[in-house]
Design a protein around this ligand. Structure first.
Ligand SMILES: [Zn+2]
Length: 391
């Protein structure tokens, strides 16, 4: 198993404002924890720098007008009007200087991951800054300007013609990626997230099934806000296995946002670090079975930047690379960062079972979540199976 971690300090330039919740500090913390845990040691694992995506690469999924507008706005110190047409200059997505280069570097990181995996240099790659899953063809949204995920998937489709399974376990619906491939039957999108009735972007319901030839190739599992690990893993595992069995993907692209954690300040789910190990393990198993092990992983959301993100993505990297990991976080890492952290840093990689108060009615929450599975079984799965039989 060979794997690449795509990260360097240039990713820190993707920053809207000093007080914005999408804080690239979390990437530095994660990369330093992965290194401190010894999980980049040995010659099978490589730390690789991103590159800046070209305009042509961005225009595989974005309009030329949108890319031109981002270029133009990048040269200003503040929004001078007209930015909102493109989803910029808003509370979520304020204009910042050199934002084109910053977000094109995020796209370039995910493209490097895709190139290394598809070119056979590594089996798996983790583009730490990637995962901008709310970016639309002509509109920035939800802290996302360009779609690194869309650009990588479109490049894989164009260059290799592979069937792509896009899986998104960020707590928010992966609406941008879903929209970019909504009518494409060669890209199956599967998003598990907190229900859009309670959380941005307000979409991601089981009846969003795709359109035209892509009808049946867009799967959504909205979760009740109180969802805990067991229910999350139950529905994720079941739907992923059934969908992959029917679709037979050749490559998996996984968005591994870690904002479903109980400590995340922007969401209402009640999961622990266990889901980051287990969902990644389950997804890697599916990649082994159908895709010759090939999987490209990105980051995504994650706003508990001190207590959750570094631990969650270190676990993702450990599982992805098949490395056993001790739960003890090295003292030297804690000493390095505790002074900057506004809260006490956990000294264990895994949350202890029972660390957080249980929900009052777990059976009702689980039953609500299962309704999404049943809906997909009635609607999308027959279409996917029909396709696989050549109807
Ligand atoms: Zn999110």
């Amino acid at each position: 198993m060979k794997a690449a971690l795509i990260w360097d300090s240039s990713f820190a330039s993707y920053r809207f404002r000093p007080d914005h919740p999408f804080n690239p500090k979390r990437l530095e913390l994660t990369a330093s924890l992965i290194q401190a845990m010894g999980l980049l040691d040995g010659d099978r694992f490589r730390l690789v720098s991103p590159r800046v995506a070209t305009d042509a690469e961005l225009q595989r999924v974005h309009s030329a007008q949108f890319v031109r507008a981002v270029h133009r706005l990048s040269e200003r110190d503040a929004d001078e009007g007209g930015a909102q047409r493109w989803g910029l200059g808003t509370e979520d997505n304020p204009v910042f200087r050199r934002m084109h280069e910053a977000t094109a570097t995020v796209v370039g990181g995910t493209l490097v991951a895709a190139e290394m995996v598809m070119g056979g240099q590594v089996d798996r790659a983790f583009a730490l800054a990637g995962g901008l899953h709310h970016a639309h063809r002509e509109r920035a949204s939800g802290f996302c300007i360009y779609s690194d995920l869309g650009a990588a998937i479109a490049w894989i489709r164009e260059r290799y013609g592979c069937r792509v399974l896009y899986v998104d376990y960020d707590a928010h619906h992966g609406d941008g990626v879903q929209g970019l491939f909504y009518s494409d039957p060669e890209v199956l999108t599967l998003s598990i997230h907190e229900s859009g009735r309670f959380l941005f972007p307000g979409t991601g319901f089981p009846d969003e099934l795709g359109e035209g030839d892509g009808y049946g190739y867009s799967l959504n599992l909205p979760m009740h806000p109180q969802t805990e690990d067991d229910s999350w893993l139950d529905v994720y595992s079941e739907v992923l296995h059934e969908a992959a069995e029917a679709f037979r993907p050749e490559i998996i692209v996984l968005q591994s946002g870690c904002d479903a954690h109980v400590l995340d300040p922007l969401t209402h789910l009640r999961c622990t670090t266990r889901i980051y190990e287990e969902t990644t393990r389950i997804t890697c198993e599916v990649a082994e079975r159908f895709c010759g092990g090939r999987i490209i992983v990105t980051g995504g959301g994650g706003y508990a930047i001190w207590r959750v993100v570094p631990r969650a993505w270190t676990l993702v990297w450990a599982v992805l690379t098949g490395q056993a990991v001790s739960s003890d976080i090295p003292h030297h890492w804690l000493e390095r960062w505790q002074g900057e952290s506004p809260c006490l840093l956990p000294d264990r990689l895994h949350d202890e079972p029972g660390s957080f108060a249980p929900v009052l009615r777990p059976a009702e929450v689980a039953a609500t979540n299962r309704r999404g599975v049943e809906a997909l079984r009635r609607t999308a799965f027959p279409i996917l199976r029909g396709w696989s039989l050549g109807f």
